[in-house]
Design a protein around this ligand. Structure first.
Ligand SMILES: *Cc1c(COP(=O)(O)O)cnc(C)c1O
Length: 433
């Protein structure tokens, strides 16, 4: 498989290894596979585990790269996480719990996969690579856990001080070893700007072998396709027709993976992008021109995105088709409704859900009220215990921490304060032993 840039689709192409190492295409575009493989709707019926589904689904994407023969091992190492499908209600509705990895959010699948690929791309004599990551809460932890104690790598996390949950902050600083954590006196956009500046600083980038692990890496998108393929294959046997899927969405990484799974032939019906009060996608899918804007803060803070970075990829895949007639819709949910849905889900299903997952549940309720009785799959993106400050007061119950998260919470945590200026970051980066 060759990979092109979204901004240069007749230009030169690279293989997967090169696309993974570069992160972003040289012209500033995002890497996309030159074509999508096609599968029969029941192609994965005989596969009994996510790693098995992933190794078959992703084989065409790995063809012709240095990682071809490693794909099976990468999937076994990175994707062997629990993936429960929980049926709620009598009307063919299932929740796909993507939060049983080490940091209790769906980003574990992709971060672990990317780390497993990057480790195998290293060559003898390569310098230690520094993975620089800006996070609004979940990405930093997932990337840190994926690279923790991996020889040849260190991770530098930048998070906005005071703007992640108490548990998220503790978790980010609790790894130690080759993970360095900075609390930036600024907002998430400041953190992202610092990372971009550092990556664009050729001298610094060279001397630290800097690389990024943000959600635009093709190495994060690909593994996410596999859990949709695996889940709908399991459900298709019990469902009366193709399954509609609702995905909580910020940067459109997780949702684009679902769209690609459908384009490759899996039995997925309509796809709903459930956002928080950031309305860019709802406005677009209701007919307005695409208008990226600054993100606004909400209870579902991992989706506080006003200009989803993967929109450019989505538009590229649909360059010859009308994206607004593609069986994709978007719905924006405000904070008050998120709160109500968390309460109602606890009452109706005895299920505690995080604010992001609540957006998907609210979309489901509205679709059912509008008379839609098709089978539905909802992606649950984080464990509710990660957002205890929102969830616990609403359901008047403590939410038990999953074991991996509890273990991190028991470790000491340390984050160094850092001003939101580039010179300061540069000096600190160069001082790290
Ligand atoms: C990152 C994140 C999202 C948004 O995912 P995208 O791929 O950016 O759309 C949703 N929910 C949770 C809990 C997240 O951590």
């Amino acid at each position: 498989m060759r990979y092109l840039s979204t901004r240069n689709d007749v230009g030169s192409s690279v293989d997967l290894g090169q696309a993974l190492k570069a992160g972003l295409a040289p012209d500033g575009g995002l890497f996309v596979p030159a074509e999508l493989p096609a599968f029969a709707p029941d192609a994965f019926q005989s596969s009994t585990s996510l790693p098995a589904t992933a190794s078959r689904l992703l084989a065409p994407f790995f063809a012709g790269s240095r990682l071809t023969d490693e794909l099976g091992a990468i999937c076994n190492e990175a994707l062997d996480l629990p993936l429960p499908l929980v049926e709620i209600g009598p009307d063919q509705t299932w929740v796909l719990e993507l939060f049983h990895g080490p940091t209790a959010a769906f980003k574990d699948f992709a971060a672990r996969f990317l780390a497993a690929c990057m480790a195998r791309l290293r060559e003898p004599g390569d310098p230690i690579q520094t993975v620089l990551v800006a996070t609004s809460g979940d990405t930093g932890g997932a990337v840190a856990a994926a690279f923790h104690r991996r020889p040849g790598f260190r991770v530098v996390i930048l998070y906005p001080d005071g703007r992640v949950s108490a548990r998220q902050a503790h978790q980010l600083g609790a790894f130690g070893d080759n993970i360095h954590c900075f609390k930036v006196q600024g907002n998430f956009d400041d953190c992202q700007r610092l990372v971009k500046q550092a990556l664009n600083d050729e001298q610094l980038s060279q001397s630290l072998a800097l690389t990024s692990a943000n959600s635009i890496s093709i190495g994060r998108l690909l593994p996410q396709v596999s859990y949709y393929a695996h889940a709908v294959t399991q459900l298709a046997a019990n469902a009366s027709e193709a399954i509609d899927v609702i995905v909580p969405t910020g940067n459109l990484g997780n949702a684009l993976a679902c769209i690609l799974a459908r384009d490759m032939g899996l039995p997925i019906g309509e796809i709903v992008l459930a956002t928080n009060a950031n309305r860019t996608l709802e406005d677009y899918f209701s007919g307005q021109d695409y208008a990226g804007r600054p993100g606004i803060e909400t209870l579902a803070n991992a989706m506080d995105v006003g200009d989803p970075s993967n929109f450019e990829r989505l538009a590229w895949f649909y360059r010859d088709r009308d994206l607004r007639r593609a069986g994709i819709s978007a719905i924006s949910i405000d904070d008050a409704t998120i709160r109500q849905r968390i309460v109602a889900t606890w009452k109706n299903h005895q299920m505690a859900v995080c604010p992001h997952t609540a957006c998907a549940l609210e979309s489901l309720v509205r679709r059912r009220e509008a008379g839609n009785d098709r089978p539905h799959l909802l992606a649950a993106t984080a464990h509710p215990a990660k957002f205890e400050g929102v969830v616990e007061p609403l359901i008047h119950q403590p939410v038990q921490l999953p074991p991996a998260l509890a273990e991190l919470m028991n470790r000491p945590s340390h984050a160094e304060p850092l001003g939101a200026d580039y010179q300061g970051l540069m000096h600190r980066l160069l001082e790290i032993p």
